[in-house]
Structures are given as structure tokens and as C-alpha cells.
Design a protein around this ligand. Sequence first.
Ligand code: NAG
Ligand code: NAG
Ligand code: NAG
Ligand code: NAG
Ligand code: NAG
Length: 314
Amino acid sequence: MKGQRLWPSSLPIFLFTVLTSLTFECSAEFDSLLQLPLSRLNTTRPRSKGIFYLGDFGAKGDGISNDTQALMEAWKVACSFPTRARIVFPASNTFLVHPLELHGPCRSRVTLRIHGIINAPKDPNAWAGLNPRKWLYFCGVNHLTLEGGGEINGMGYEWWMSSCKINSTNPCRHAPTAITFHKCKNVKIHHLLVIDSQQMHVAFTNCLRVVASNLKVIAPAFSPNTDGIHISASRGVMVKNSIISTGDDCVSIVGNSSRILIKDIACGPGHGISIGSLGKQNTSAQVRNVRVDGAVLSNTKNGARIKTWQWLCH
Ligand SMILES: *[C@@H]1O[C@H](CO)[C@@H](O)[C@H](O)[C@H]1NC(C)=O
Ligand SMILES: *[C@@H]1O[C@H](CO)[C@@H](O)[C@H](O)[C@H]1NC(C)=O
Ligand SMILES: *[C@@H]1O[C@H](CO)[C@@H](O)[C@H](O)[C@H]1NC(C)=O
Ligand SMILES: *[C@@H]1O[C@H](CO)[C@@H](O)[C@H](O)[C@H]1NC(C)=O
Ligand SMILES: *[C@@H]1O[C@H](CO)[C@@H](O)[C@H](O)[C@H]1NC(C)=O
């Protein structure tokens, strides 16, 4: 499809089914309520209450030093702060962040204000011994916001080149999702550039009430499986005013998701907007109440589609 407005008003897709209750746990212990003594903060500069600069936790922000520990410590403090907390990534800095998990529950709302750049390690070996599907992983957080006009860069090139979809002599393996929100509620992610993810860019799994807006999600058309926004087992997700141009689906929606609104997005190049694949290995899966309203798809492999697995016969 080239540059044509697909749906003048809207395309509601309703699949009615029974939604069963969801019980998933975060994969590690909640540690955020461990109090980090505030005396460890650098107080030589005056700081507003509840605003935490990554540099005050030892981050160098030079794009070369490992800033992972600084982010983990900033998270511990912000997440146990009694009122709204903001972690600031200044515009002039590039932070190198290795795979990490940031867990809730937090005492109050937490915002990551990303004005600068967050880079992943280029080398897939940085994941040795770690879960290859995760880079920035948020779990069990209520009222979490990512914003700030900055950039999150998955540095995915080496992952793509080692994919079996690029070169069939490579073994097939999983690659990280750049940003995952798992079991989070009231998530906002807006005004960010998310580029070159190792695999999927932004995923919401088992989340409730999400708004993703004013995002630019960009990766080359040849990059394998680099879905823009992936929604799984989540309810009440709005994706709006965003530009998504990757090597796979702009938005993909899989099992047990409902009340999904995709509004005013530009999609392409990419594979389009997909529900599924649903029902792998004879399982049943339900997706219901999906609305796409105001999407411009250009240079996409498909428009909007539903993908299902076939029944297996004996
Ligand atoms: C605290 O911040 C100031 C100003 O940025 C810096 O010069 C100083 O080295 C920092 N101190 C510590 C202990 O990090
Ligand atoms: C970077 O820091 C994290 C957290 O301290 C650590 O787990 C990781 O091994 C470090 N990576 C390298 C390459 O130094
Ligand atoms: C695919 O990978 C193999 C083994 O690493 C390499 O020899 C070959 O040149 C690669 N092919 C392409 C087209 O890059
Ligand atoms: C959907 O829910 C069913 C029943 O709880 C579960 O077996 C299945 O794994 C879920 N699917 C997804 C994609 O979460
Ligand atoms: C898959 O489900 C269908 C319909 O219930 C059934 O006929 C078929 O035998 C099942 N196949 C397997 C391999 O379980």
C-alpha cells in the first residue's frame, strides 16, 4: 500500500470471547522497597525534591562507561521515594546501559525523563548468561512514565546480522526486546525516539491501562522481527500520534488483549498492523475490541491482518 489513507473513519475489529483471569508474576523478587540511605546521594548541588540526576549516582554519561549500576541505584531511591520521583537523563549525555530489570511496586509515581540517549551494548556477548529476550525490563510498576524527547537505542546491528532470518547458516535464537513493561499499570511512554532495537522495540505484556504517544520507532526495513509496539495479554492500550517504521509489524497484538485503540499513526515501511499469531500448538487465544482509527500505511507488506495457527490434526 502506498501512501493511501486506509480507513477514512475507522476500522473496528471485534472478536468476542471469554477473557480468563491472568496470573503472572515478576521473575525476580521485588527489591525496590529496600531503602537506600539518602546520605549516599551527592548533595553538593542543590536539588529539587524528588528529582534524581543519574550523574549523582555515579553515571558518567560518556557513552563508554557502564552506567547500569547508577541506574539501578537511582531506581531504588526513586522507587522508594514517598512522593512523585523523577530520574533525569540529561540531554548532553549518552548512557550505556546493560540489560537490567527495574521492579515495583514503588511507593509513588516514577518518571524517567530521558532527554539524552540510552544505548544498549552493541555486542550480543553482553547477554552471556542473561535472558536474551530482555534489555530494559520494567516489572510490576504502577504509574510509570517514560518521556523527555531523548533516544533509546538498541544498537541492534550485530543481533540482526547473527539472525537466521538474515543468514540461514546462523542458528535461530531470541534477541532482546528493547523496552518491556510486564505486569505494569498506568504506563505512559511518550515523546521518545526508540531506534534499532535488537528485536521488538516496545512490548507491553500483562499490562493494564497504557498510553504510548508521540513516539518515533525506527529501524531499517531489513532488520528481522523488529516489531514497533507489541501488545500481549494487556487491557486498555492506546497507541497514538506516532511514527513507526521498522522491519516487522508496526503494531502487533497477541493473545488475551482487549480494548486496544490505535489512533493517528504513520506506519511503514514494515509489515502493517497485525493481530496474532493466535492459537499456536492448538491453544486458544482471544483478542477483542481492537480499533484502528486514522492510520496511514505506506510501503507496508500488509495492511491490517489477523494471523492464526491452524488446528493440528491427529
Ligand atoms: C558531586 O557532584 C559534583 C558536581 O557535579 C562533582 O564535582 C563531585 O565530584 C560529585 N561528588 C561525588 C562524590 O560524586
Ligand atoms: C555493567 O554493570 C552491570 C551492573 O553493575 C554489571 O552487571 C555488568 O556485568 C557490567 N558489564 C560490563 C561489561 O562491565
Ligand atoms: C552467512 O554466514 C556464514 C557463516 O558465518 C558465512 O560464511 C557467509 O558468508 C554468510 N553469508 C552471507 C550472505 O552473509
Ligand atoms: C491467555 O490466557 C490463557 C488462559 O489463562 C493462557 O493459557 C494463555 O497462555 C494466555 N495467552 C497469552 C498469550 O498470554
Ligand atoms: C487440536 O484441536 C482439535 C479441535 O479441538 C482436535 O480435533 C485435534 O485433535 C487437536 N490436535 C492435537 C494434536 O491435539
